[in-house]
Design a binder for this molecule. Structure first.
Ligand code: NAD
Length: 443
């Protein structure tokens, strides 16, 4: 099949490369000439494991190319995917659909022959209809159909998620359009992966409902972790105990600093805003949004709590800036709130991240950018672990302790066994588990 991908960001580039790997001819379009230039020169603008090799392979095989012009990519395509950003509109919490609508307008000018226009961006219920209206201003309805095909990939594991999906959701009104989508995904359905055809509205809501459910799971386990800290229970034991119930499941029960990233925060906000407007408000999703916002801001307090004194003029090393490991994405990362709060309280903050430093520089300031984790922890009064990079899990913590001014570690990702950290001589606090090593607890 011939596929055009409008928007060559995380989703567009990964989907484009994966479709090419599946044997389709793909052209990725983006309005950002610097991004297209970089891609044409073999540079991958994001860090995503395995993407580099996959893109090079697809280019070498002549199945993947890049352009800034819809007029090059769209005519003759069987399907045109819209994979542009849908960030939060700050004034009302809704997804900002202006990029989707602009993409739809440009696609309308360029399609030829019957074309399926696919909303792959995460968009609220009703967007397939709105995109249909936009294209219908220029094109006869016999020339195209808009379908919804939400994407469920996770950054850091994007290729695996795309090539081995839990499900593929296609929201289509006619068999003709659904059949084009079935043909595109045939290499995956032939391997036994499930393609679910729904109406477009349901497909659109499936994406929001899935993300809101997962965000709720995180918000829930985070609040349980808070209760553990107040009562002496241990969140890992609690998570295991509830996760063995197959109705609950053992995934996504790891407490942390609150969810960030380019999806959960904005998608929960959008769902809450839309639900309110439809007259069916979701009090659960609203509570998840609030609970997470409060949590991210409160994380910095844990350092002063463990130190037992204000952090003004103390050197605090922050390890990890990206919203999770194996990505360089900084969008809505908890580290942004946490570092902001540490700065506000007058700490001298040194930060390190294995992959996210360059991008972090555009959203974080007033810090020392350490070249290595050891440089960050040198002379630190406390270390705060924000992202679960393996590099920190595997760090020589004995050496780190020797470099530190005080052996204080606040671990927001529960990377370590508390006993091991205590034996190494750390004063160590994690999430939902008892802190160890404080004077009052020494025997
Ligand atoms: P992104 O910001 O990484 O990429 C969007 C790209 O679209 C940019 O390169 C931008 O230049 C380009 N663009 C904007 N307007 C354009 C236009 N008119 N024509 C051509 N290109 C245009 O965004 P992303 O993270 O890939 O997210 C895209 C969508 O996918 C969002 O709706 C998001 O919610 C959804 N999604 C993202 C993920 C994820 O993990 N990032 C996962 C699932 C779904």
């Amino acid at each position: 099949m011939r596929i055009a991908m409008i928007g060559t960001g995380y989703v567009g580039l990964v989907s484009g490369a994966c479709f090419a790997e599946l044997g389709h001819d793909v052209i990725c379009v983006d309005i950002d000439p610097a991004k297209i230039d970089a891609l044409e020169n073999g540079e991958i603008p994001i860090y995503e494991p395995g993407l580099d090799e996959m893109v090079s392979r697809a280019i070498a095989d002549g199945r993947l190319s890049f352009t800034t012009e819809v007029s090059e990519g769209v005519p003759g395509a069987d399907a045109v995917f819209i994979a542009v950003g849908t960030p939060t509109r700050p004034e009302d919490g809704h997804a900002d659909l202006r990029y989707v609508y602009a993409a739809a307008e440009s696609v309308a000018t360029a399609i030829s022959g019957f074309t399926v226009v696919v909303d792959k961006s995460t968009v609220p219920v009703g967007t397939a209809s709105a995109v249909t209206e936009i294209i219908a201003r220029t094109r006869d309805s016999s020339e195209f159909e808009v379908v919804s095909n939400p994407e469920f990939l996770r950054e850091g594991a994007a290729i695996g998620d795309f090539m081995k999906p839990d499900r593929i959701v296609v929201g289509a009104r006619t068999d003709r359009a659904a059949d084009v989508m079935r043909e595109i995904y045939k290499p995956l359905t032939d391997q036994g992966y499930t393609l679910l055809v729904t109406d477009p509205e349901s497909a659109e809501l499936i994406k929001y409902a899935a993300n809101a459910f997962l965000a709720t799971k995180i918000g829930f386990i985070n609040e349980m972790a808070d209760i553990c800290e107040k009562t002496g229970a241990d969140i890992l034991q609690v998570a295991q105990g509830i996760g063995l119930d197959t109705r609950i499941g053992n995934k996504f029960l790891m407490p942390g600093p609150g969810f960030g990233g380019s999806c959960f925060p904005k998608d929960t906000r959008e769902l809450a805003a839309s639900a309110r407007e439809t007259g069916a408000p979701s009090r659960i999703v609203e509570a998840v949004v609030t609970s997470n916002d409060v949590r991210k801001r409160a994380m910095a307090e844990r350092v002063a709590d463990l130190l037992g004194e204000p952090i003004r003029d103390k050197r605090i090393a922050v390890l990890g800036l990206t919203f999770k490991a194996e990505t360089d994405d900084m969008r809505e990362s908890p580290a942004i709130d946490i570092v902001g709060e540490l700065n506000l309280q007058g700490a001298n903050v040194a930060v390190h991240d294995p992959k996210g430093m360059d991008i972090a520089k555009s959203v974080i300031d007033g810090v020392e950018w350490a070249e290595s984790a050891f440089d960050a922890v040198r002379d630190a009064d406390a270390v705060l672990i924000v992202t679960e990079w393996n590099e920190y899990r595997d760090l020589d913590w004995k050496r780190a302790k020797d470099l530190m001014n005080r052996p204080v570690v606040v671990d927001l990702r529960n990377l370590f066994d508390t006993k091991v950290m205590q034996e190494l001589g750390f004063i160590y606090a994690s999430v939902g588990r008892r802190a160890v090593g404080r004077e009052s607890e020494r025997v």
